[in-house]
Design a protein around this ligand. Structure first.
Ligand code: V47
Ligand code: SF4
Length: 355
């Protein structure tokens, strides 16, 4: 039996594969074999269910002291289009959709040195006053590290205080690719991969679940991608706090990184190997905003089980050229999932499904 078939058999038997076996699969298995294997794994877990969430995105500021080369969203304070929402403006955003049955508000922003620490606590508290039942998934590990460093508080205390103020989960952004040499080229000012992992480990310790991501399809190799996944799998073995992995396809417009972004087959291979390799992370998200709606539908057949949500209104991917809508209605989202021959199932932030 050839080596690729041995690895396929191992996965079919529900066994964990090593990094070198995963490399063998992505490099040698046909897209059909890889997809059908990942589909087998996802359907053992969830059958034909595909999850979605009724959510709202708020990007509170685009002012950022970092200048990641792939980022088209960040601005310096004096640049045209730079903005920061006041707490009142955030409250208005939340109130403007109060009649909709939103269950999650997803909040991320740039590293704006002019915002006081109290802004972050107030933001969470104000939202919870208006919508006590909503879950808030906010602030990437990069924002947590920024607050800790700027205000001389440990990341542990920052997480604890934000949690007390209403934070329910952390989104997975800021992970990019963990390899230090690549990070130096992509985002030299950003916290290291180790620091990103340490903050997620600490969040998990405090009972705050988190998501994880990888930005792919730019200058990295398959070896870099799988090393990144290995770090995530190892931390999950230790702490168990990751809910979902989101491979983020690089969007190439309006930024300083000269790369094309992944094509459709590369995207599907990435989704499939994520489902196969990350055997301890419950969910794999096909983030339709970055992937494109049609590729996200296909991804459900290649190992993904989550479609994210209604969003309204995404700014980070769209600044970098994403040509998807800025949001979708629940009706449209469900129709897309059904047309892909899956059953839409609404979930909350923690992937609980209402009976
Ligand atoms: O951290 C920035 C990435 C992330 C580009 O946790 C880019 O449920 C592609 O993390 N092309 C933010 N990606 C988005 C994110 C996310 C999105 C949806 C759901 C969740 C979740 C998390 O976007 C950033 C960065 O890695 N990003 N620029 C770009 N040009
Ligand atoms: Fe700032 Fe995040 Fe953009 Fe990097 S990716 S420049 S940290 S907003």
């Amino acid at each position: 039996m050839n080596k690729t078939q041995e690895v396929i058999d191992k996965v079919s038997q529900g066994l964990r594969i090593s990094l070198s076996e995963a490399l063998e699969l992505v490099k040698r298995a046909s897209i059909h074999d890889l997809g059908s294997l990942a589909y087998q794994v996802r359907s053992k877990l969830y059958g034909q269910q595909a999850f979605y969430i009724y959510n709202q995105h708020i990007n509170y500021t685009n002012i950022c002291q970092n200048a990641c080369r792939f980022c088209a969203y960040s601005k310096s304070p004096d640049q045209d289009g730079a903005y920061t929402y006041s707490i009142e403006q955030i409250k208005d955003e939340v109130r403007s959709r109060i009649k909709e049955p939103i269950t999650e508000i997803h909040i991320v922003g740039g590293l704006n040195p002019d915002l006081p620490y109290s802004y972050y606590l107030q933001l969470l508290k104000s939202i919870k006053e208006i919508r006590p039942d909503v879950k808030i998934k906010a602030f990437t590990a990069v924002e947590i590290a920024f607050l800790a460093q700027k205000y001389g508080i440990s990341p542990r205390k920052v997480l604890h205080e934000l949690h007390e103020a209403g934070l329910d989960a952390l989104p997975g952004g800021g992970a990019e690719v963990f390899d230090p040499k690549l990070r130096q080229k992509l985002c030299p000012e950003k916290i290291s991969g180790k620091a990103w992992l340490d903050i997620h480990r600490e969040a998990h310790k405090q009972g705050i679940p988190t998501n994880c991501t990888m930005l792919f399809g730019h200058i990295e190799t398959w070896e870099d991608r799988l090393n990144h996944l290995q770090f995530l799998r190892d931390l999950q073995d230790e702490s168990g706090g990751f809910l979902c992995f989101i491979p983020l396809p690089y969007q190439p417009a309006n930024n300083n990184l000269k790369a094309d972004g992944p094509d459709g087959l590369d995207f599907l291979r990435m989704i499939a190997i994520s489902r196969i390799f990350l055997d301890n992370i419950p969910h794999i998200k096909a983030y339709w905003v970055f992937a494109g709606i049609k590729a996200a539908q296909l991804a459900l057949w290649y190992g993904a089980d989550d479609f994210d949500g209604t969003i309204v209104e995404e700014k980070i991917g769209h600044a970098a050229g994403a040509d998807t809508p800025r949001g979708l209605t629940v009706k449209a989202l469900c129709k897309l999932i059904q047309k892909a021959e899956f059953t839409p199932v609404e979930r909350d932030t923690f992937f609980n499904v209402s009976p």
